[in-house]
Design a protein around this ligand. Structure first.
Ligand SMILES: NC(=O)c1ccc[n+]([C@@H]2O[C@H](COP(=O)([O-])OP(=O)(O)OC[C@H]3O[C@@H](n4cnc5c(N)ncnc54)[C@H](OP(=O)(O)O)[C@@H]3O)[C@@H](O)[C@H]2O)c1
Length: 244
């Protein structure tokens, strides 16, 4: 299905709102993966380097998407490399709750997310003992089953977010977080911005095949449109046999 550029923002808003309201989840938020990649699937040049792909129109769309979710989540890798604000600046709408997955509390006090204009950033960690953080941030310890790296367990993290009132969550990256959400079958929708570049760099999605029981999700129906120079592709993700 194709959207014309003029009605893209309206169409995507309607689709997202209806997707969120029609999905019954009892223990976790509705999760939308939303990120920008080059035609070859790179999200940046090298891991830890920042590359701005998005044109004005797709940046506005990203900010609109942020405003349509209760929460926005990134990994600590993205905070350390990009220092994002995670606010809605290029669209009229409320700021979502900023959330960072940071197993070992590597976040610096100077991180912009910890100095958010109207929200106290939630830092989800494995650590049970920590000193005070300056700025506008709350440290939340997540218990639950570890992966090999001792990362924040995603299922428990989603339960905590749900208990705190987050019913819709936009996951912006980076690659390790995108991969972890897909490995855990915790993705309901995908909004992909595809910029007309061939980067040959750090890819959005890592190894999914080594995960026991991983199923390749269907993305259906698929929608697409052009926003400025970028292509926007979006759709619902369904893991067969998925239970929420
Ligand atoms: N194009 C785009 O749309 C876009 C968007 C975002 C980022 N980026 C780029 O992506 C790069 C950063 O990506 P990245 O892969 O290095 O970092 P990331 O995905 O942002 O963060 C990964 C880190 O999150 C922590 N983490 C906590 N719980 C986790 C879990 N359950 N699973 C996986 N990780 C968990 C881990 O560090 P600890 O073990 O220390 O907790 C892990 O190393 C940057 O270069 C940035 O510019 C691009």
């Amino acid at each position: 299905m194709k959207a014309t550029p003029m009605n893209l923002n309206r169409q995507i808003e309607k689709w997202l709102q209806s997707s969120i309201s029609s999905t019954e989840l009892t223990k976790r938020p509705f999760v939308t993966l939303a990120y920008a990649q080059s035609w070859d699937g790179s999200i940046t040049t090298r891991c830890g380097e920042k590359l701005n792909f998005s044109c004005k129109e797709s940046t506005e769309l990203t900010h609109q998407l942020r405003s349509l979710h209760d929460g926005i989540l990134v990994g600590i890798g993205t905070v350390l490399s990009d220092d994002p604000q995670l606010t809605v600046r290029d669209w009229d709408g409320p700021n979502p709750q900023p959330i960072v997955l940071d197993s070992h509390l590597r976040i610096p006090n100077s991180a912009k997310v910890c100095h958010h204009p109207d929200k106290c950033c939630w830092i989800l960690t494995r650590k049970t003992e920590f000193g005070p953080l300056t700025g506008n941030a709350e440290i939340v310890t997540v218990n639950g089953e570890d992966n090999e790296q001792g990362n924040v367990p995603l299922v428990s993290a989603m339960e905590i977010l749900y208990e705190r009132g987050i019913r819709s969550l936009m996951v912006e990256g980076g690659a390790k977080i995108i991969t972890a959400f897909l490995q855990a079958h915790l993705v309901d929708a995908l909004v992909l911005t595809v910029a007309p570049q061939i980067v040959g760099g750090y890819k959005a999605v890592g190894d999914l095949q080594s995960v026991t029981g991983h199923e390749i999700p269907d993305i259906t129906p698929i929608f697409s449109s052009q926003a400025g120079e970028d292509f926007i592709i979006w759709g619902r993700l369904y893991f067969k046999g998925k239970s929420n």
